[in-house]
Design a protein around this ligand. Structure first.
Ligand SMILES: Nc1ncnc2c1ncn2[C@@H]1O[C@H](COP(=O)(O)OP(=O)(O)OP(=O)(O)O)[C@@H](O)[C@H]1O
Ligand SMILES: [Mg+2]
Length: 249
């Protein structure tokens, strides 16, 4: 299965199609630098992340593991520009995310980042096809209709384009969510337990797709509770908001 359609050297977006206007040199797709995030709880502050740093290069697949409540989702949301940290910085393809204006941040998110949520977040009243095209439809465009069709074929969903999410199996819904995340050829894919609700067969399909994305030069950071296949580039173990080991050390 090939997610990108063709193999491209070190960058799934293509050499001429990189996120423009990067403010920082260097090759890392994602740099998380000293991230701290506190939630104001009911009478008690929760420190969800404490001084977390990591750096991911293009063409790498990294895994984030840790117990429930350890901060995995908080880290992914912060890395994806969806949750402002209290301290620290996040660079995606050289863009210092939280220094950007709302519009510029939205642009970088749309152009550089794909996000797969554990609960899919499909829109129930849109067809499979329009769910994949959602990032475009939000801007009243359908330029990427061809790519959406190509992704549906890649994910073996071409026969289901006119169906609604409620008519799909759980594994099929997650594949739609992954196709949507890949629509804009992001450099960085953040996946929050994308196989958490799936049986081994469907989990295998998703992991194969993510592997293809990485082989084509993409960068993946995936949170998971469960076992992951050997051979990942890095395994970050997080406990109580801190990275405690990287690759077991
Ligand atoms: N909106 C919020 N308000 C207050 N506390 C929150 C909020 N969101 C998360 N937390 C707390 O922050 C901590 C980290 O939560 P997070 O969702 O990042 O954990 P997680 O590792 O993704 O857990 P899980 O494996 O269960 O998905 C937890 O203690 C959680 O209760
Ligand atoms: Mg979580």
């Amino acid at each position: 299965m090939t997610v990108s359609g063709k193999k491209e050297a070190r960058n799934p977006r293509g050499q001429d199609d990189r996120c423009a206007g990067a403010e920082r040199s260097g090759t890392a797709t994602l740099i998380v630098d000293g991230l701290t995030k506190r939630y104001a709880g009911r009478g008690r502050e929760v420190v969800a992340l404490e001084d977390v740093s990591l750096e991911l290069e293009p063409g790498t697949f990294s895994v984030l593991q840790g117990p429930s409540g350890s901060g995995k989702t908080t880290l992914l949301l912060s890395a994806g520009g969806l949750l402002s940290p209290d301290e620290g910085r996040v660079f995606v393809e050289g863009h210092d995310l939280y220094t950007l204006s709302g519009g510029a941040m939205a642009e970088v998110r749309a152009r550089c980042i794909g996000f797969v949520f554990q609960q899919f977040h499909l829109v129930p009243y849109l067809t499979v096809f329009d769910n994949v095209l959602l990032p475009e439809i939000a801007h009243k465009q359908r330029r990427l209709a061809g790519r959406a069709a190509e992704l549906l074929a890649t994910f073996r969903l071409d026969g289901r384009a006119d169906h609604y999410p409620s008519e799909l199996s759980t594994g099929e819904r997650q594949r739609v969510a992954l196709a949507r995340a890949l629509l804009g050829r992001p450099a960085l894919l953040l996946a929050d337990e994308p196989t958490g609700n799936l049986d081994d067969h469907n989990a295998g399909i998703i992991l194969e797709c993510l592997d293809d994305f990485v082989r084509a030069g993409g960068t993946v950071l995936m949170a998971t509770h469960g076992a992951h296949r050997d051979g990942r580039d890095a395994v970050y173990m997080i406990e109580q908001g801190r990275i405690v080991t990287v690759n077991g050390k």
